[in-house]
Design a protein around this ligand. Structure first.
Ligand SMILES: *Cc1c(COP(=O)(O)O)cnc(C)c1O
Length: 407
């Protein structure tokens, strides 16, 4: 009889014997920041020099005409919404399977987040459900390229054009990823990115918007810089902006990190394809499907669906604990869809343009519910920077748990 290896969670040997550092850097990052520190020019109220240089580099990388950096990937969404001309009470379509900021920034600009369910194969906004949710109040759609997999942009852009809506891509997971050969973030009216520490391009914190629309660019640049306009005086304030500028230190670090991004993205894409093929061979494990136009997937997360019935009814959260103990950097993800947060259930909005009739207690998106409660398992992007052997060890860790719990 085959002997069953003891699980690492019970003191057995770990399947994965190494760690996966993030961020990845070397002395060139250290020198770039040290040079900047020595220069004494730590900030720059005109966003010139290093900040402008990085913005130009990032816009060019994305194939977009303009970029405006800002303090984080929440404020970047906020700048985009205001520049798109939302008015109090307008509806903004968002997925329920995302980070809180995608929906909370909508409240911050006195608009109503409308949660629309995701596609079970991609965990991205389902265009048919989006179409059904459009009303005469809808003004913006915010597709989130969740995990770095592109949304169905052809369908969403078509819907937006037919209904006179703006599209703000939340590309906080999607630096470097491509849809039909175009970089994500450059397809909608605005693309928004985060440089928070977990993201595929990071300076610890930071954010940026990219756009091809000159008017949107000028407005977002002004809102980021206390309402100043290019060519105006420092005391001339034209728009209701705020100081959302990043520091020169962030900018030099991001410029260095950007030189690594394309290669890292291609490594994650290749490893993701390989890991997907390996996991397809395990009963009860189904990687999210590719083939929806994502010509380059940046795997901010590698997501697979877990079926407890193939694992002796082991609950997902217990499975993920075991997998983590085996050395796979992973998470069970969001425990509930966003609309279940007390913020929405209790309507604790502290903004007064949301109609009384808005009620989230009856919202139910079955695909997002299943993803949160039962199915979705995330492997983090830094693990996808490993070798093919590492991918094989992740698959082996899952098989080891399966053998153990079904013995
Ligand atoms: C991280 C993230 C954001 C917000 O970025 P911050 O820089 O943390 O403010 C927005 N949307 C999604 C989907 C994210 O994952």
């Amino acid at each position: 009889m085959e002997t069953i290896a003891p699980l690492a969670i019970h003191g057995g040997e770990k399947t994965v014997g190494r760690s996966f550092p993030w961020p990845v850097f070397d002395e060139s990052e250290v020198e770039a920041v040290a040079d900047l520190v020595r220069s004494g020019r730590w900030g720059d109220p005109d966003c010139a020099d290093t900040v402008e240089t990085f913005e130009k580099e990032f816009a060019a990388y994305c194939g977009a005409r303009y970029a405006v950096s800002c303090v984080n990937g929440s404020v970047s969404l906020r700048l985009a919404l205001i520049a798109c001309g939302v008015r109090p009470g307008d509806e903004v379509i968002v997925p329920p399977y995302t980070f809180i900021a995608t929906a909370s920034v909508v409240l911050e600009v006195n608009c109503v987040p409308v949660f629309v369910d995701i596609d079970p194969d991609t965990y991205n906004l389902d265009p048919k459900a989006v179409e059904a949710a459009i009303t005469d109040k809808t003004r913006v759609i915010i597709p989130v390229h969740f995990a770095g997999q592109s949304c169905d942009m052809d369908a969403l852009m078509d819907l937006a054009h037919r209904n006179g809506l703006k599209v703000i891509e939340d590309a906080a997971h999607a630096h470097g990823a491509e849809y039909r050969g175009r970089k994500l973030g450059s397809i909608g009216d605005v693309g928004s990115f985060s440089f928070q520490s977990s993201k595929n391009l990071t300076a610890g914190e930071g954010g940026i918007v990219v756009t091809n629309d000159e008017a949107l660019y000028r407005m977002m640049a002004s809102l980021r810089n206390v309402g100043r306009m290019e060519g105006g005086q420092w005391y001339d304030h034209f728009n209701p902006g705020c100081n959302y500028r990043i520091t020169q230190m962030q900018a030099v670090l991001l410029s260095r990190q950007l030189t690594r991004l394309e290669k890292q993205t291609r490594v994650r894409d290749a490893n993701g394809r390989y890991l997907g093929a390996l996991l397809d061979g395990i009963d009860g494990i189904t990687p999210l499907t590719r083939g929806h136009g994502e010509t380059l997937h940046c795997y901010h997360l590698f997501i697979f669906r877990y079926e407890a019935s193939q694992f002796g009814q082991l609950p997902k959260r217990k499975f993920v604990e075991m997998l983590g103990a085996e050395g796979v950097p992973c998470s069970a993800g969001y425990p509930h869809p966003l609309y279940k947060q007390p913020l929405f259930q209790n309507k604790n909005f502290m903004c007064y343009a949301i109609p009384e009739t808005v009620d989230y207690t009856g919202v139910y998106c079955p695909v997002a519910e299943r993803a949160c409660l039962d199915e979705a398992v995330w492997i983090f992007q830094n693990a996808l920077l490993g070798t093919r052997e590492d991918m094989e060890s992740f698959a082996e860790a899952i098989r080891k748990i399966q053998r153990y719990v079904t013995a």
